[in-house]
Design a protein around this ligand. Sequence first.
Ligand code: TRP
Length: 347
Amino acid sequence: MGNIILTGDRPTGRLHIGHYVGSLKERVALQNKGDYDTFYVMIADAQALTDNAENPEKVRNSVIEVMLDYLAVGLDPAKVTFFIQSSVKALPELTAYYMNFVPYSRVVRNPTVKSEIKTKDFGRSVPIGFINYPVSQAADITAFKANLVPVGEDQEPMLEQTREIVRTFNRIYKAEVLKECKAILPDNKACLRLPGTDGNEKMSKSIGNCIYLADDAATIKKKVNSIVTFPREIEAPGILDGNVLFIYLDAFCVDDDFKKFYPEFENLAALKEAYAKGGIGDGRIKQFLFEVLDAELEPIRERRAELAKNPEKLMEILKEGTKKANLAADQTLTEVKQAMGINYFGA
Ligand code: TRP
């Protein structure tokens, strides 16, 4: 069997440039390489509800927003199967069986879950569904026998949890039903975790420090100008370490951008060297960064606006994809129940 790729996002708002460099770009590259049998992209609405149970309309409205972002960046419904998590019933059933393999102490030790609990301010009322989402994510991945999962770096603990469940299941039930998966991360280190425009280590909707794929040029300009830099005289040596402007440039700019927007320098290495010596103000760097970002985001924004005229078409794509996803997940569920010996009435 060839590669099966699966990934997804929680629909809690529009996607931002952290999603873009951290995972979306990689997905488009994988899609175009074509080295897979099936490529699934899931809108993880059930997972989004684990910390938005009181906000179901936010989740519902974001489904279309996320679909628009997907197609705008170049994911192609002719190559990718898009589906909605909550409409695939095998997923919660698999989750229920997998929960028995995971000690409570193991889920609360998950570093991503731990840090999310801190930022989300649940207080003492962390929903069980939220604590359990890594287990449900294991169901998402294994239901489709996905072996490759293009995600952001913060999802690595979920994949580790998934592999543990796969090994435990296959060992206990002496089966080879479930497949192990690995993450596909971007090579460019700056893309792994893009900081927010406020310098916070993570770009996040809940912190409000994002540049969105749908932002217009004026908004991007305002956000880039709001990035706080180290105060210094223009002649003083520039500090590169931890400089958000340069982290964004590392993630986004290519040599060609210099020809177009900053011909005094040949590439980013040359600009960095000159900046470190002193004499280049942060205003100039912000202008360049804005031009680089806008050149990349403009076509995405335009495609997005075009696609937004016809939301019914996006729902149709999701409906078709969800049908296909159900067939694959039901098949795995049947195999799982057979392996467990709970297939009382045949299949
Ligand atoms: N946890 C992912 C996120 O927060 C979304 C997700 C749910 C996912 N299930 C998945 C990603 C399965 C990859 C594979 O964005």
